[in-house]
Design a protein around this ligand. Sequence first.
Ligand SMILES: [Zn+2]
Ligand SMILES: [Zn+2]
Length: 319
Amino acid sequence: MKVRFWGTRGSIPVSFTARSIRPKIKKALFAALQAGLSDPSEIDAFVDKRLPFSVRGAFGSNTSCVEIVTGGEDFIVCDAGTGIKNFGEDALGRRLHGQPGVFHLLLSHLHWDHIQGFPFFAPAYIPGNRIFVYSCHGEADSALRIQQSPPFFPVGFSELGAEIVFRTLEPGQEYEIGGARVLALPQIHPGDSFGFRFFANGRSVIYSTDSEHKLDARHPASPFLEFCNNADLLIFDAQYGFAESQTLKEDWGHSSNIVGVELAKDAGVKHLCLFHQEPSLNDAELESFLKETRRYARIYKRDVPLRVSMAYDGLEITT
Ligand SMILES: [Zn+2]
Ligand SMILES: [Zn+2]
């Protein structure tokens, strides 16, 4: 299975500004001076090997949208944050080449940062495309219609050209969706959210965002541990550091990097991917957050291996 990240930022999109780009340019130029870089043919290798990701790249801009690739004909995508715009354009150009396609869109919940990209999802406008929208929330249909009704958006939902079908999922029941087996789990979040576990090609991937794990989450009987058992990849809401998750931002509906490491190791997960990044953190701060998380992963249950990464728009992970 392959996972493509199209939108990874929590709560609200974060765009570049002149102010956020300038420190990156200064750091890159300083590093080039120190390295004595003078030959243009060495620039690519210098950028790839000598500059940290926070300087040569950027963590998520768009809100949640993650594609699950099983190798089948149909598209599977989790959440319709602003990242779904780029996903839709890529799907139309990369694989469909003018032919109609089938899209399976699973919504973790209906908070705006998880549905706000749908009005910009180009395949929804094209007759012949079929879009199945799955949610454990029965109001998914009305939520998508409301955000495309006056005065919020100029094009009404009923004017979309694609065939759009809503299906309500029951947590705990296994479904066959787009060539994958899918299981949903209820999560603690204002208004509830649901995690999804995908099984395909002998691999399993968990998409678990907007979920607050309390201190007792590591109880051996925890449903989340069973849900994640031996997963190849866990995409995990790590919007906060541990201290703020237990103090100021307790009950805000999100988890910390620390509880992510503990749950992943306790459940025998192979790869933890931090997701739904805090929008107020810049790239340098997010890189430090990732380093801290990796440091804790080396300390907690030292003998249990765990790969830790941080999602960014454009990242691909193959399990
Ligand atoms: Zn969210
Ligand atoms: Zn939410």
